[in-house]
Design a protein around this ligand. Structure first.
Ligand code: BYC
Ligand code: FE
Ligand code: FE
Length: 474
């Protein structure tokens, strides 16, 4: 399963022996590079960046680190090794051999899932295009670029599947993935959160903490797919995803740490006082948490979804850790609790588990997010700061699903229009709050130096020192 780097497109799928596919992908490659140049990281084509590149799919030591110009990054096609005699783990095909080709009757659903997944990857790169201008350090700048090149590779991963398994339709979809644009009124990205702006680094860290975590959960569900090439592709993508969430979790942690230190020094928790000191007050950070958490929670789709039921029953998309769940993996009789509004209050009711699979994945996601939030709270506790972060209630600020029809506070109480209007200033980022955060964003590129509003990390990348020159501007 070694990766062939002699090829124009590095790969471990023996592309050299499929000339038609190789030609099609080599034709898509310059379009990808034009897209990168147009809407990828702004003005960076001459930078040498200390990046990791996948060199094998071996779980131990698959990466190599070195200075690379980003347009020369070796974006490639890497699948995890095939599992011998793999069988389908769930749905009506449970126990049958996994598929090496796409069954005709599932073609359009599979294509839709792959296109939706593929669409998020370039979207995030577009959203992060201007952040390099205001990086808080070279260390952070390098992490941004690492995330960007890997999201680019995730696009390649989906484009390979489209080209290899979906013929002409797949090639058309692969081109459309380079045509849609995040936030464009006429031709936007498919899912809501990927059309939001990522205007500052607090938003970037929130995005990688929450929204890349949606990636983790969706990819985990696709890693169970009966369509083996999709399962193997997403399994390798998941190994890269860990770093993206690390960037978010630690970025936010370092901001909180800096603020906590300033609070102790100034013996104050007054937001105005802290802002004057050039750090981000904790209530502002909580509002960003509320925003990014709720926008990401929407990405899981409607609470009850016949699409989700069909995807599961037909074997296209499983549950998070399907193989370790102890039930029948068919779910015809099972139920799952969902929220509903009845007589002005939030109640739970049991719904058919098959239809509630989006909700279940959303719950798995929230559970995972809580552990990150707890880590920040432990830091505050250790520093003796009397503030705790919370995740907003699942019903808060929803735009997708039945809860979107009603307003709720972050603690899950139904809010009247008047209560919402009053509360929203303390629940979601305000324009003043956003402007304040924006006002802190300057460009810090002296090696080992960090913007005032964020602490240095406890260690560098790949055992390099924190003060390493991670990006050379030339
Ligand atoms: N925004 O039946 P429903 C990542 C639409 S992130 C706008 O609930 P379904 C990454 C839906 O299309 C992982 N529209 O939908 C992270 C449908 O439309 P139509 C991304 C939405 O299909 C960071 C209708 O509402 N991967 O990798 O059960 C950086 C009914 O909805 C939204 C995937 O999402 C929305 N949020 O579930 C880089 C995996 N939600 O047909 C990368 C693939 C729903 O009625 N996607 N709609 O017009 C899926 O599995 C499913 O499409 C979803 C939606 C779970 C997203
Ligand atoms: Fe990704
Ligand atoms: Fe990611």
């Amino acid at each position: 399963m070694s990766i062939d780097y002699q090829q124009k497109i590095p790969n471990n799928v023996d592309l050299a022996n499929d000339k038609a596919l190789q030609r099609a992908l080599e034709h898509w490659q310059p379009a990808f590079l034009r897209w990168w140049d147009e809407v990828g990281p702004e003005g960076t084509s001459g930078y040498d960046v200390y990046l990791r590149t996948a060199t094998s799919v071996d779980p131990e030591g698959w990466a190599q680190f070195g200075y690379v110009r980003m347009p020369e990054y070796r974006w490639g096609i890497f699948l995890n090794p095939a599992e011998a005699d793999r069988t389908v783990a769930f749905g009506e095909h449970k126990g049958q051999p996994a598929w090496q080709e796409v069954p005709g009757e599932y073609r359009s659903n599979l294509r839709r899932i792959i296109v939706t997944q593929g669409d998020t990857e370039p979207a995030s790169v577009e959203q992060q295009r201007h952040l390099g201008r205001t990086c808080p350090s070279l260390y952070d700048l390098r992490n941004l670029f690492q995330v960007n090149v890997e999201e680019g590779r995730h696009l390649w991963a989906m484009v390979y599947l489209l080209h290899r398994y979906f013929g002409r339709d797949g090639r058309v979809e692969a081109e459309a993935l380079l045509d849609r644009r995040s936030g464009d009124v006429d031709n936007p990205r498919i899912l809501g959160a990927f059309n939001e702006k990522t205007p500052d680094w607090l938003s970037f860290f929130m995005f990688t903490f929450f929204t890349d975590r949606d990636g983790k959960f969706q990819l985990s569900a696709l890693a169970e797919s009966a369509f083996d090439p999709l399962a193997r592709t997403t399994r390798f993508m998941l190994t890269e995803e860990g770093h993206h969430m690390f960037v978010g979790r630690n970025g936010i942690r370092r901001i909180i740490e800096r603020t906590a230190d300033a609070m102790k020094e100034a013996k104050s928790d007054d937001p105005a006082r802290l802002r004057a000191l050039g750090v981000i007050d904790l209530p502002t950070i909580q509002r960003y948490v509320n925003f990014h958490s709720s926008v990401t929670v929407d990405l899981f789709g409607s609470d009850l979804s016949s699409n989700a039921a069909t995807f599961y029953t037909t074997g296209l998309k499983g549950r998070y850790r399907e193989q370790v769940i102890r039930d029948d993996h068919v779910l015809k009789e099972a139920t799952y609790p969902i929220f509903e509004v009845a007589n002005g209050a939030l109640i739970t009711r049991q719904a058919p588990a098959l239809n509630a699979l989006n909700e279940r994945l959303r719950d798995d996601f929230m559970q995972d997010s809580i552990s990150g939030v707890n880590g920040w709270n432990t830091l505050l506790q250790k520093r003796g700061v009397d503030f705790r972060f919370t995740l907003p209630h699942k019903a808060f600020n929803r735009q997708i699903g039945p809860l979107a029809g009603c307003k709720f506070s972050p603690t899950g109480e139904v809010a009247s229009d008047a209560q919402w209007a009053l509360g929203v200033r303390s629940w979601l980022p305000t324009s003043e709050g956003r402007e304040f955060v924006q006002s802190l964003m300057g460009r810090v590129v002296e090696p080992g130096t960090f913007a005032n509003w964020i602490s240095p990390p406890s260690s560098g990348i790949n055992e390099q020192p924190v003060q390493c020159q991670y990006v050379r501007f030339n």
